[in-house]
Ligand binder design. Structure first.
Ligand code: ADP
Ligand code: ASP
Ligand code: MG
Length: 466
């Protein structure tokens, strides 16, 4: 049983969808196909939501443009009756999106509420999954489209919803398994879920990977395939470091850490459901389907690369330095700070406790006013904004005491605001000014990872001033 997820560029137009259909058709056995919105459509829909607050007509015009783009793709369907039904389906979804735009305008707010944005933005995956289902059928692959809110049940945290596993697994058993048993390929839009009251939610940007992993876990899939626009997981984001190389194997922990630290190729929540059931996740290039890609699995220490494996960078970070005025001990103080952060729903990227000072790196979007008032009774707070967190993964260096010294040597005079060794799979993380993020990433990558300089513990390749 396979789950195949196709990202936005892998379903960007009729040719891309035909390539995806060929990939699905080349595999045998039960298959679930999870699709993202066509490339750029999610951004466009979010923008339409913003425009709708001030100018409903401009928003509707932009929506018409998106509808036309989907009709263009639909014209590639050869079977006339299927094409007619698809076209009607696209128009039905557009009408409902127009309703969402009208509701945003009528609410009279400066910005759409998260719930109204989710209702509108979900249209992208509904459109694309309809197109993919029709083009699969056209390619002779018996398939069935399913409505994601009927399958993926979540809490009501719009734009960042968390799936509720019990009702989701129940819906998968009831609605997905019988179709797979009757040899249908199931096609479903990723990213989308439904709150307990039935309203539409989304799992956060890039969330189709998460949908695929969730469905894979519910179905105990043999493999979850993430088909995208790069050859797999590379040693760094190729948009930043053009000479980044393919990493053929990664452990779940390494892949998870890379995703948390900004490697956009996987949504950060993707690994957990797969790892919980030991399901391999393979990242593949939909333009080069014969390449092997990256396999992420429960690899043991024995087959781990002795070098650092990859680097990633998470921008938009703020460093919160919390200085205790509490006399009840530093553990008590740290626990209280983490409690306030959790209450505010603020995920911690990195933390370091040193004496009476706790430094935590969090996203710029955190509620700092709420946090400051939450700790005001027992601590002083200093915020340092405009930063980025850079991490390196690879267990090879996890026990190497010289790692931080060597890393700082590679960085030269770059100001570093925090240095941490978060875990075995992520032995090094640094917080630097956003302006230095790319050069930090490049220096770490080329100093520790790049083939020409490939380094091993005890064999540091660069001149280090001791
Ligand atoms: P999709 O639309 O298929 O989900 P995404 O744009 O979400 O694709 O993710 C793929 C992109 O992730 C790549 O084009 C690449 O720029 C970026 N990326 C960031 N870090 C890495 C990495 N370590 N390896 C590969 N790609 C990465
Ligand atoms: N279409 C959504 C986004 O752009 C979800 C995804 O692509 O995974 O964030
Ligand atoms: Mg993605």
């Amino acid at each position: 049983m396979l789950v195949l997820k196709f990202g936005g560029t892998s379903v960007a137009d009729a040719d891309a969808i035909r390539r995806a259909a060929a990939i699905v058709g080349a595999q045998r056995g039960a298959r679930v196909v999870v699709v993202s919105a066509l490339a750029g459509v999610t951004d466009a829909l979010l923008q339409i939501g913003e425009v709708a607050c001030a100018d409903e007509h401009a928003a509707l015009r932009a929506l018409d443009g998106l509808t036309a783009r989907h009709h263009d793709v639909a014209r590639a369907v050869r079977h006339a009756e299927r094409r007619r039904l698809l076209s009607a389906g696209i128009d039905g979804l557009s009408r409902s999106a127009r309703g969402a735009v009208a509701a945003i305008r009528a609410a009279g707010r400066a910005r759409p509420t998260p719930a109204s944005a989710d209702r509108l933005v979900a249209t992208g995956e509904l459109w694309s999954s309809r197109l993919v289902a029709a083009l699969l059928e056209d390619a002779g692959i018996a398939s069935r489209w399913l409505d994601p809110p009927e399958i993926v049940h979540t809490d009501a945290r719009y734009q960042a919803a968390t799936p509720d596993l019990v009702p989701t697994a129940r819906a998968v058993d009831k609605l997905v398994r019988p179709l797979l048993a009757s040899d249908r390929v199931v096609v479903i839009g990723g990213f989308i879920g439904s709150a307990p009251d039935g309203s539409t939610t989304t799992l956060g940007r890039g969330g189709s990977d998460y949908s695929a992993a969730l469905l894979g876990a519910c179905l105990s899939a043999d493999e979850i395939q993430i088909w995208t626009d790069v050859d797999g997981i590379l040693t760094a984001d190729p948009r930043v470091i053009a000479h980044a190389r393919l990493v053929e194997r990664l452990s779940y922990a390494e892949a998870h850490d890379l995703a948390i630290f900004g490697a956009k190729v996987l949504h950060p929540a993707t690994i957990q459901p797969a790892a919980a059931r030991n399901i391999p996740v393979r990242v593949l290039n939909s333009r080069r389907p014969d390449a092997t890609g990256t396999i992420i699995g429960p690899h043991t220490d024995l087959d781990v690369d002795p070098r650092l494996t990859a680097v990633a960078c998470r921008s938009g970070v703020t460093l919160v330095e919390v200085i205790s005025r509490d006399t009840r001990g530093r553990e008590f103080f740290a626990a209280k700070v983490f409690h306030v952060l959790a209450q505010g729903g603020t995920p911690v990227v990195l933390a370091d406790l040193c004496g009476n000072r706790l430094s935590v790196a969090v996203d710029d979007s955190a509620d700092f006013d709420g946090f400051c008032s939450g700790v005001a009774a027992f601590a002083d707070v200093r915020l340092r904004r405009g930063l980025a967190a850079v991490c390196a993964v690879g267990r090879g260096w996890s026990a190497e005491p010289r790692l931080i010294r060597d890393a700082l040597a590679v960085l030269g005079d770059t100001p570093v605001h925090m240095v941490a060794r978060p875990s075995g799979s992520s032995p090094l993380a640094l917080v630097v000014d956003e302006a230095h993020a790319e050069s930090t990433l490049t220096r770490l990558h080329d100093g520790f990872l790049f083939e020409a300089n490939a380094s091993r513990p005890g064999d540091f390749p660069l001149a280090v001033n001791q």
